[in-house]
Design a protein around this ligand. Structure first.
Ligand code: FAD
Ligand code: NAI
Length: 475
């Protein structure tokens, strides 16, 4: 007889493992199936985020930032560091240890919350008596049955047509995080989030980095003023970003990769690099789920169609995270996972899409929440804007990192905060204040009147709020 569960979660990334834990907290008997294997063939739950995404990329960003500081910034503090070298193998090994700590942490959390973990691929099977069962193909094969199913199967890197990833010369995010030595010349296609983060890692370590971007504007989804400021900083660092290109034929050989493209002026160009990272977005993953057998509806992009509550077209089947519409972010996947578990328990799970923060972990960091100035204009919303540069912030000067600003946008009549955009040091941490403020429908005046610790970078947020009312104190 098949094992019976109240809830079966397919996929153990941030969407899936968090849904499983929340469902278990709510008293359900829960199974979570995940197929990711570590290099010994054992389980490695945590999905893209833990294994080849958020966590390892931040580990490498941290290591490469230390290297850059030692080489370029220690001297201004009076510290002499000579003969600074980077041991890439050690950096990658440290990253792997950080990943493993996270994998082990999730297995521990499953145990603690009494979630039954199955290591293998889950797929839908039509049950003889109607409905469906889930087949788990792992070391052994078994079938389990759940009253409710949550699909959280994530996404995969999109390849350029005709140029599959070989993970040696043409790299997805997976190969990009396992490069064994600093390439002399590194090419990237796509100056989105991965292009900028991975480009920054290898540029800091000494690679000559060129990013080819199809769109004529840099970071089109980011507030224009912020994107412009970030671009200036990246140019200064020597990150070469070519906009408005059309990528043509890509050839690989023993020597490396040759990319033919036309530049924004329509001129034929070619780029020769040792390795190429293709970071042109990701595609929802339903491979091997056997969705056709049960009639699960997908859209034209291959994403599972869900309603506002993450319900699919099949009764009792839900889907969350990268495999459904919306931003492909770990924290969005987690919020959906929690909300679905709570809805299954009859509660009112809730995800506010208007207050999901975005962060790009470059240097300077870029972070934002809410609408950009260009979106407000397009929506015909009357707004007030205030900004404050880190150059005028004492803590930023003490840190030696004064690039960028905090910019606040508020409704012209009600003063409600509509968007906060940051480029500069610790933007990833600073954005949380803006998220909380927007979640509570705060006005810019609320932030302007809240006491912020001195000296702190967060004072720039308070000053940006003061700037909305044209009364900055320190600028
Ligand atoms: P995933 O994390 O992709 O997890 C899906 C899991 O399901 C995987 O383990 C997969 O093996 C498993 N699976 C799939 N099919 C089956 C099946 N049939 N049976 C069993 N298991 C299955 N987001 C951020 O918010 N912050 C960041 O800093 C950030 N950095 C990133 C850096 C990189 C390089 C990349 C590529 C992504 C990054 N992301 C970041 C995005 C983030 O990783 C995703 O949004 C997040 O992982 C989505 O979570 P998920 O649970 O939907 O899917
Ligand atoms: P992306 O959508 O951020 O950027 C892709 C870029 O490639 C875009 O600028 C696009 O215009 C460009 N592009 C697309 N096709 C092209 C082509 N043929 N030629 C040239 N340029 C082309 O996607 P990316 O960087 O691959 O990352 C995928 C997703 O992973 C992100 O959207 C994000 O959701 C997530 N992620 C989040 C991170 C974070 O939160 N810090 C870090 C990394 C990834």
């Amino acid at each position: 007889m098949s094992k019976q569960f109240d809830v079966i979660v397919i996929g153990g990334g941030p969407g899936g493992y968090i849904a499983a834990i929340r469902a278990a907290q709510l008293g359900f008997n829960v199974a979570c199936i995940d197929e990711w294997k570590n290099d010994k063939g054992g389980p490695a739950p945590g999905g893209t985020c833990t294994n080849v995404g958020c966590i390892p990329s931040k580990a490498l960003l941290q290591s490469s930032e230390h290297f850059e500081h030692a080489n370029k910034h220690f001297a201004e503090h009076g510290i002499t560091a000579t003969g600074v070298k980077m041991d890439v193998a050690k950096m990658i090994a440290r990253k792997d240890t950080v990943v493993k700590q996270n994998n082990d942490g999730i297995l521990y959390l499953f145990k603690k919350n009494k979630v039954s973990f199955f290591h293998g691929r889950g797929s839908f099977v039509k049950a003889a008596e109607g409905g469906y069962e889930i087949k788990v193909a792992g070391a052994a094969e078994e079938t389990i049955v759940g009253k409710q199913i949550i699909i959280a199967t994530g996404s995969n890197a999109r390849a350029l047509p005709g140029t599959p990833f070989d993970e040696e010369l043409v790299l997805s995010n997976d190969g990009a995080l396992r490069v064994g030595a600093v390439p002399k010349k590194l090419g990237l296609i796509g100056s989105g989030v991965i292009g900028l983060e991975m480009g920054s890692v290898w540029r800091r370590l000494g690679a000559e980095v060129t990013i080819l971007e199809g769109l004529p504007t840099f970071l089109g989804a980011v507030d224009e003023q912020i994107a412009k400021e970030a671009k200036k900083a990246f140019d200064k660092q020597g990150l070469k970003i070519e906009l408005g290109v059309k990528v043509g034929e890509i050839k690989t050989s023993k020597k490396g990769v040759s990319i033919a493209y036309t530049n924004a002026k329509g001129e034929a160009q070619s780029l020769e690099v040792d390795k190429l990272i293709v970071s042109i977005g990701r595609v929802p993953n339903t491979i091997g789920l056997n969705t056709e057998a049960v009639g699960l509806q997908l859209d034209e992009r291959g994403a599972i169609v869900v309603d506002g509550d993450c319900k699919t077209n099949l009764p009792g089947v839900w889907a969350v995270g990268d495999v459904v519409r919306g931003p492909m972010l770990a924290h969005k996947a987690e919020e959906e996972g929690v909300a679905v578990a709570e809805r299954i328990a009859g509660q009112h799970g809730h995800v506010n899409f208007n207050t999901i923060p975005w962060v790009i972990y470059t240097s300077p960091e870029i972070a934002w929440v809410g609408r950009t100035e260009q979106q407000l204009k397009a929506d015909g919303v009357k707004y007030k804007a205030g900004s404050f540069p880190f150059l005028a912030n004492g803590r930023a000067r003490a840190l030696g990192d004064t690039t960028g600003m905090v910019k606040m946008l508020a409704d012209a009549e009600t003063d409600e905060i509509l968007g906060v955009h940051i480029v500069g040091p610790q933007a990833s941490e600073l954005i949380s204040e803006a998220v909380v403020a927007m979640e509570f429908k705060a006005s810019s005046e609320d932030i302007a009147r809240i006491c912020h610790a001195h000296p702190s970078l967060s004072e720039a947020t308070k000053e940006a709020a003061l700037a909305v009312d044209k009364r900055t104190l320190n600028f």
